[in-house]
Design a protein around this ligand. Structure first.
Ligand SMILES: [Zn+2]
Length: 285
């Protein structure tokens, strides 16, 4: 009878969602827009932190890395500047920041360049998906993109192992995703200001944290985010007309001065409702 010394190794496939507002060196929303003269430099910062996450994941033995460009129109990362060992998902995807994770085949998700939620009193460039919500809630508690995306991925069985951004975001990670590595690349000074590490230093921290996240995924030390079902979704908009438009959708109800509410039977339904309502609200002033 043959005996093999080869140990069974758990595959770790890594999903990386990369935003821009939470990168080291970004303090103001202006350079995150495509027409700003500082946009090209912001894209270099973005690819630098994305590559750090890829390098860290692969150094820890990741089997596959897929990067999802998750900012603005979602084609910011230079395909040639990205580490060639990763695949790149770009463009105006229906599922936006969590596109290409739908089949749930990943063992861990890493969030890079993320930022605090809409309405956070101090977070740098704090918002949720667009500039129109003043507040976004799940089960009546304020949350931002990191928690929302984690909820959707959690429904697919994918845990979040690392989140990088400012210290305001790290508070939300501590509350909802305490098992994840929280990488603080800058301290939020205010909505349009930050006290940042040098990008090289931030990349080093992200590289190390991505490695630890992959090791912890392999060791089964990460959890998926579960919220009590049904999930109550709430959005307060900056104008009542946005709420009127969002409330057109079946299952939504108008709430408060400029808000809508929805009950999602499961994480996917709650997530899709949140995204759809913000997009609907964006069709009117
Ligand atoms: Zn963004």
């Amino acid at each position: 009878m043959a005996w093999s010394a080869r140990t069974q190794r758990t595959a770790v496939r890594v999903y990386v969602s990369v935003d821009m507002e939470g990168l080291a060196g970004i303090s103001h929303p202006a350079p995150t827009g495509r027409t700003d003269p500082g946009y090209a430099a912001a894209c270099e910062l973005m690819v630098g932190e994305a590559n750090a996450a890829i390098e860290g994941a692969l150094a820890a033995g990741a089997d596959e890395v897929v990067v999802n460009d998750s900012h603005g129109k979602m084609f910011n990362l230079s395909p040639t500047a990205l580490d060639p060992r990763a695949r790149l998902v770009q463009g105006q995807k229906p599922f936006g920041m969590v596109e290409a994770a739908r089949d749930g085949r990943f063992e861990v998700a890493l969030f890079v360049g993320y930022h605090a939620r809409a309405g956070h009193p101090r977070g740098t460039i704090a918002h949720t998906y667009s500039g129109t919500p003043l507040l976004t809630t799940l089960n009546d508690r304020p949350v931002g993109e990191a928690t929302l995306n984690a909820l959707y991925l959690g429904g697919l069985g994918v845990p979040v192992g690392m989140v990088s951004g400012d210290d305001a975001l790290a508070e939300e990670v501590q509350e909802y995703l305490p098992w994840a590595e929280a990488v603080e690349v800058k301290r939020a000074v205010g909505a349009n200001s930050a006290d940042s590490l040098h990008p090289e230093r931030a990349r080093q921290l992200i590289r190390e944290a991505a490695s630890r996240a992959v090791e912890r995924a392999r060791g089964g030390a990460l959890q998926v985010l579960h919220l009590e079902l049904p999930v109550r979704v709430g959005i307060d908009f900056d104008t009542g007309s946005r709420a009127d438009f969002a409330a057109l959708m079946p299952g939504f109800e108008r709430f408060g001065d400029a808000g809508v509410r929805f009950q999602g039977a499961n994480p996917s339904e709650a997530y899709r409702a949140m995204l759809s309502a913000i997009r609907m609200g964006g069709l009117v002033d």
